[in-house]
Design a protein around this ligand. Structure first.
Ligand code: GRF
Length: 224
Protein backbone atom coordinates (compact mmCIF):
# COMPACT_ATOMS: atom_id res chain seq x y z
CA UNK A 1 0.00 0.00 0.00
CA UNK A 2 1.42 3.44 -0.79
CA UNK A 3 1.17 5.92 2.04
CA UNK A 4 0.13 9.55 1.53
CA UNK A 5 2.68 12.33 1.82
CA UNK A 6 2.98 13.88 5.25
CA UNK A 7 4.88 17.10 5.76
CA UNK A 8 6.39 17.86 9.18
CA UNK A 9 4.96 20.84 11.08
CA UNK A 10 6.52 24.27 10.54
CA UNK A 11 9.71 24.87 12.54
CA UNK A 12 8.69 27.43 15.13
CA UNK A 13 7.55 26.20 18.51
CA UNK A 14 8.01 22.92 20.36
CA UNK A 15 6.03 20.06 18.86
CA UNK A 16 3.00 18.90 20.82
CA UNK A 17 3.15 15.26 21.85
CA UNK A 18 0.59 12.87 23.29
CA UNK A 19 2.11 9.71 24.75
CA UNK A 20 0.16 6.45 25.05
CA UNK A 21 1.19 3.92 27.68
CA UNK A 22 -0.01 0.72 29.34
CA UNK A 23 2.43 0.16 32.16
CA UNK A 24 5.60 1.19 33.87
CA UNK A 25 6.37 4.09 31.54
CA UNK A 26 10.16 3.99 31.69
CA UNK A 27 10.25 5.22 28.07
CA UNK A 28 7.79 7.95 29.02
CA UNK A 29 10.18 8.91 31.81
CA UNK A 30 13.11 9.03 29.39
CA UNK A 31 11.13 11.45 27.22
CA UNK A 32 10.05 13.57 30.19
CA UNK A 33 13.67 13.75 31.38
CA UNK A 34 14.94 14.67 27.91
CA UNK A 35 12.31 17.41 27.65
CA UNK A 36 13.13 18.73 31.12
CA UNK A 37 16.82 18.89 30.24
CA UNK A 38 16.03 20.69 26.99
CA UNK A 39 17.38 17.84 24.89
CA UNK A 40 14.16 17.54 22.90
CA UNK A 41 12.10 20.38 21.49
CA UNK A 42 8.75 19.04 22.68
CA UNK A 43 5.72 19.81 24.76
CA UNK A 44 4.32 16.58 26.19
CA UNK A 45 0.72 17.74 26.47
CA UNK A 46 -0.94 14.55 27.68
CA UNK A 47 -0.37 10.94 28.67
CA UNK A 48 -3.11 8.37 28.12
CA UNK A 49 -3.13 4.84 29.52
CA UNK A 50 -5.52 2.03 28.68
CA UNK A 51 -4.86 0.51 32.12
CA UNK A 52 -5.69 2.10 35.47
CA UNK A 53 -3.20 2.60 38.32
CA UNK A 54 -0.07 2.06 36.29
CA UNK A 55 3.24 3.61 37.27
CA UNK A 56 3.39 5.61 34.04
CA UNK A 57 0.32 7.65 35.08
CA UNK A 58 2.03 8.50 38.35
CA UNK A 59 5.15 9.55 36.44
CA UNK A 60 3.00 11.92 34.35
CA UNK A 61 1.33 13.36 37.46
CA UNK A 62 4.72 13.85 39.11
CA UNK A 63 5.89 15.75 36.03
CA UNK A 64 2.74 17.93 36.01
CA UNK A 65 1.49 16.45 32.72
CA UNK A 66 -2.24 15.99 32.15
CA UNK A 67 -3.06 12.30 32.16
CA UNK A 68 -6.04 10.08 31.60
CA UNK A 69 -6.99 6.45 31.86
CA UNK A 70 -9.29 5.09 29.17
CA UNK A 71 -9.83 1.59 30.48
CA UNK A 72 -10.30 -0.63 27.44
CA UNK A 73 -12.35 -3.04 29.54
CA UNK A 74 -15.10 -0.44 29.76
CA UNK A 75 -15.68 -0.48 25.98
CA UNK A 76 -17.81 -2.97 24.08
CA UNK A 77 -15.20 -3.66 21.42
CA UNK A 78 -11.90 -2.54 19.94
CA UNK A 79 -13.59 -0.11 17.62
CA UNK A 80 -15.48 1.82 20.29
CA UNK A 81 -12.35 2.01 22.42
CA UNK A 82 -10.38 3.39 19.49
CA UNK A 83 -13.08 5.97 18.78
CA UNK A 84 -12.89 7.19 22.36
CA UNK A 85 -9.10 7.17 22.21
CA UNK A 86 -9.12 9.20 18.99
CA UNK A 87 -11.45 11.79 20.54
CA UNK A 88 -9.26 12.08 23.62
CA UNK A 89 -6.09 12.45 21.55
CA UNK A 90 -7.72 15.07 19.35
CA UNK A 91 -8.53 17.24 22.37
CA UNK A 92 -4.81 17.94 22.50
CA UNK A 93 -4.17 18.54 18.78
CA UNK A 94 -0.78 16.81 18.85
CA UNK A 95 1.84 17.01 16.11
CA UNK A 96 3.01 13.54 17.10
CA UNK A 97 1.52 10.58 18.98
CA UNK A 98 4.12 8.44 20.73
CA UNK A 99 3.32 4.87 21.72
CA UNK A 100 5.54 3.98 24.66
CA UNK A 101 4.73 0.47 25.81
CA UNK A 102 1.10 0.82 24.68
CA UNK A 103 -0.06 -2.79 24.60
CA UNK A 104 -3.18 -2.54 22.47
CA UNK A 105 -3.68 -3.48 18.86
CA UNK A 106 -5.12 -0.44 17.10
CA UNK A 107 -7.79 -0.64 14.41
CA UNK A 108 -6.96 0.48 10.87
CA UNK A 109 -9.67 3.15 11.28
CA UNK A 110 -7.51 4.71 13.99
CA UNK A 111 -4.05 4.21 12.51
CA UNK A 112 -5.18 5.74 9.20
CA UNK A 113 -5.84 9.01 11.03
CA UNK A 114 -2.21 9.23 12.11
CA UNK A 115 -0.10 8.27 9.11
CA UNK A 116 3.32 9.85 9.58
CA UNK A 117 2.26 11.23 12.96
CA UNK A 118 2.28 8.16 15.20
CA UNK A 119 5.39 6.22 16.21
CA UNK A 120 6.01 3.11 18.29
CA UNK A 121 8.92 1.47 20.04
CA UNK A 122 9.36 -2.25 19.65
CA UNK A 123 11.90 -4.44 21.46
CA UNK A 124 13.44 -6.21 18.47
CA UNK A 125 15.28 -5.48 15.26
CA UNK A 126 12.22 -5.29 13.01
CA UNK A 127 11.10 -6.95 10.83
CA UNK A 128 12.37 -9.74 13.10
CA UNK A 129 10.15 -10.72 16.01
CA UNK A 130 6.99 -8.74 15.57
CA UNK A 131 4.59 -9.33 18.47
CA UNK A 132 5.39 -10.51 22.00
CA UNK A 133 8.22 -12.33 23.87
CA UNK A 134 10.83 -10.88 21.57
CA UNK A 135 13.82 -11.37 23.89
CA UNK A 136 13.15 -15.06 24.54
CA UNK A 137 12.55 -15.68 20.85
CA UNK A 138 15.87 -14.05 19.93
CA UNK A 139 17.67 -16.24 22.50
CA UNK A 140 15.87 -19.39 21.34
CA UNK A 141 16.99 -18.64 17.78
CA UNK A 142 20.63 -18.21 18.92
CA UNK A 143 20.72 -14.66 17.58
CA UNK A 144 23.97 -12.84 18.26
CA UNK A 145 22.42 -9.44 17.62
CA UNK A 146 19.17 -8.10 19.07
CA UNK A 147 17.90 -4.62 19.87
CA UNK A 148 15.01 -2.23 19.52
CA UNK A 149 13.31 -0.30 16.74
CA UNK A 150 11.32 2.91 16.42
CA UNK A 151 8.84 2.81 13.58
CA UNK A 152 5.92 4.67 12.12
CA UNK A 153 2.61 3.02 12.99
CA UNK A 154 0.58 1.57 10.14
CA UNK A 155 -2.26 -0.89 10.15
CA UNK A 156 0.18 -3.79 10.17
CA UNK A 157 1.15 -4.65 13.75
CA UNK A 158 4.84 -3.72 14.31
CA UNK A 159 5.08 -3.44 10.53
CA UNK A 160 5.43 0.25 9.66
CA UNK A 161 8.55 1.90 8.18
CA UNK A 162 11.51 1.82 10.58
CA UNK A 163 13.04 5.14 11.63
CA UNK A 164 15.91 3.87 13.75
CA UNK A 165 17.31 0.82 15.49
CA UNK A 166 19.75 0.30 18.31
CA UNK A 167 21.75 -2.93 18.22
CA UNK A 168 22.38 -4.94 21.38
CA UNK A 169 24.63 -8.01 21.36
CA UNK A 170 23.17 -11.21 22.82
CA UNK A 171 25.62 -12.53 25.40
CA UNK A 172 26.33 -16.21 26.05
CA UNK A 173 24.74 -16.18 29.49
CA UNK A 174 21.79 -13.95 28.65
CA UNK A 175 18.29 -14.87 29.72
CA UNK A 176 15.22 -12.95 28.58
CA UNK A 177 15.40 -10.69 31.62
CA UNK A 178 19.05 -9.68 31.34
CA UNK A 179 18.68 -9.11 27.61
CA UNK A 180 15.49 -7.07 28.11
CA UNK A 181 17.29 -4.89 30.62
CA UNK A 182 20.08 -4.01 28.19
CA UNK A 183 17.62 -3.45 25.34
CA UNK A 184 15.62 -1.09 27.56
CA UNK A 185 18.72 0.99 28.27
CA UNK A 186 19.04 1.47 24.53
CA UNK A 187 15.32 2.27 24.21
CA UNK A 188 15.77 5.14 26.65
CA UNK A 189 18.45 6.60 24.40
CA UNK A 190 16.81 5.81 21.06
CA UNK A 191 13.30 7.17 21.68
CA UNK A 192 14.36 10.68 22.74
CA UNK A 193 16.80 10.74 19.80
CA UNK A 194 14.04 9.95 17.30
CA UNK A 195 11.57 12.33 18.92
CA UNK A 196 14.18 15.06 18.70
CA UNK A 197 14.39 14.53 14.94
CA UNK A 198 10.68 15.36 14.88
CA UNK A 199 11.28 18.31 17.20
CA UNK A 200 13.87 19.62 14.76
CA UNK A 201 11.50 18.94 11.82
CA UNK A 202 14.18 16.80 10.23
CA UNK A 203 12.05 13.74 9.61
CA UNK A 204 9.15 13.05 7.29
CA UNK A 205 7.32 10.20 5.63
CA UNK A 206 6.68 10.50 1.91
CA UNK A 207 5.09 7.74 -0.13
CA UNK A 208 6.17 5.11 2.39
CA UNK A 209 9.79 6.30 2.56
CA UNK A 210 11.38 7.99 5.53
CA UNK A 211 13.44 11.11 4.93
CA UNK A 212 15.94 12.21 7.56
CA UNK A 213 17.05 15.63 6.40
CA UNK A 214 17.06 15.10 2.64
CA UNK A 215 18.30 11.52 2.83
CA UNK A 216 16.07 8.46 2.34
CA UNK A 217 16.69 6.03 5.20
CA UNK A 218 17.32 2.35 4.48
CA UNK A 219 14.72 -0.27 5.52
CA UNK A 220 16.46 -0.76 8.87
CA UNK A 221 16.32 2.99 9.55
CA UNK A 222 19.30 4.82 11.07
CA UNK A 223 21.27 2.25 13.08
CA UNK A 224 23.13 2.91 16.30
C1 GRF B 1 9.30 -1.50 26.15
O1 GRF B 1 10.24 -2.51 26.26
C2 GRF B 1 8.85 -1.35 24.72
O2 GRF B 1 9.80 -1.74 23.79
C3 GRF B 1 7.66 -2.26 24.64
O3 GRF B 1 7.07 -2.19 25.90
C4 GRF B 1 8.03 -1.84 26.88
C5 GRF B 1 7.49 -0.68 27.64
O4 GRF B 1 8.24 -0.36 28.76
N1 GRF B 1 6.81 -1.87 23.56
P1 GRF B 1 7.95 0.96 29.58
O5 GRF B 1 6.48 0.96 29.95
O6 GRF B 1 8.32 2.14 28.73
O7 GRF B 1 8.81 0.85 30.80
Amino acid sequence: MSLPEVEPPLPSTAIRIVILISGSGSNLQALIDAQTKGQINTDIVAVISNRPDVKGLQRATDAGIENHCLNHKHYADRRSFDQALHLKIQQYQPDLVVLAGFMRILTPELTRQYVGKMINIHPSLLPKYQGLNTHQRAIDDSQVQHGCSIHFVTEELDGGPVIAQSLVPVLKDDDAQSLAQRVQQQEHFLYPQCVQWFGERRISLKTGKIYLDEEILPKSGRQF
